[in-house]
Design a protein around this ligand. Sequence first.
Ligand code: SF4
Ligand code: SF4
Length: 426
Amino acid sequence: MSDQPVDYHPMWAELGLDLPTHDALLGAVGQLFGDAYLTQENRPQGMDYLNFVMSEVHGLRIKELDDYRKSGGKVFGTFCLYVPEEIIRAAAGWCVGLCAGAEFAYDQVEQIMPRNTCSLIKSFMGFKLAKVCPYIESADLVIGETTCDGKKKAYELLGDMHNVYVMELPQMKRDVDMAMWRDEIRDLMAKVEEVTGNTITAESLKASIKEVNDKRRALQRIAATRAADPAPISGKDALLATQVAFYDDVPRFTQMMNALADELEARVAAGEGVAPKGAKRILITGTPMALPNWKLHDIIEKAGAVVVGEEMCTGSRYYQDLVSEDASTLDEMVSDIAEKYLDINCACFTPNQGRLEDVVRMAKELGADGVIDYSLQFCGLYEMEANAVEKTVRDAGFPVLKITTDYSMEDVGQLATRIEAFLEML
Ligand code: SF4
Ligand code: SF4
């Protein structure tokens, strides 16, 4: 076998990427990853798998998607936790997350949407406009959702450039909302069946529920080890595991994350960790951190603290709840899926008391010394909710720091100063 690295440029060209711009993006992400990740000490060996995934982030996985599509398979791109992966997989579709975590082509983005749009939306739109995201270009259908106003309108713009389907998401969690949400999931099933040409059966849905639950169980095991002092894994590494969960092959990822969890459990038993025992422990809550957004974790951990949990969509909201595996009919399974997904505590819901309870529970369970509330600038939902989070967390006896930022690196020095002062006070 040759040791020569594979040249993926022909595949990227076939997908329609702008090759020079894409090369520049990959170079920048590689640099960022090296600075944030490869400088860490005493990392678990199981992280080698995620290092490999990152080194092939636009390579091997895209090749797998490409091969799958050429053999007749379909790929679905999603932006939000509310789109049930179980439904897609039950029709033999593959699901990839499309949220983007880096500033790119904002000059082009700002020609079609307001400057004061959150980084998450600007980033995915920038990736699309600059033709640098092989995941969106591999998606036969992009499934959006009506979570926040910015996304709703962005999907209309994206719809001019790509095949987009939008799910209507209720904004409350009453019985009437649940009934409407079940109907939305049934409509999604019909759409996924139409695109794939495959019928979803009770058998295929039961299998996909189990498969996706297994993935979440593996992440739950990793999360549970972070309650130990010293923490056996850095917050940055644990965040990477959740970020990769959105687009990696499901059975392979589950197997590798269970192996990582085995190693972390052994580390906990041996009292081995990544930061000295007694290092300040931080829980982060807020807006999701899509790849390659590692900014906040990096600042906190380079200041000597350790992030022990993320109450966010790239964290506990992704894996803490499972779909019941008891159902035997398709209707019961759809109800179970609807129930699990409507239980996610996103700030797009009113009221959203469940999130406040989750933050306090996690801070206690993980032995946090303090909580950092993280909002992306111009995200009205999370910025607004930050006040309730601050009050609830403080009333529960935990110091809290509110941070509003974006994907730029301009405020890193200022954030580091604020975070260091917060850590000293703990
Ligand atoms: S924060 Fe809300 S809108 Fe964003 S991914 Fe999570 S559930 Fe979806
Ligand atoms: S961060 Fe806020 S504004 Fe941006 S997409 Fe998510 S919910 Fe919408």
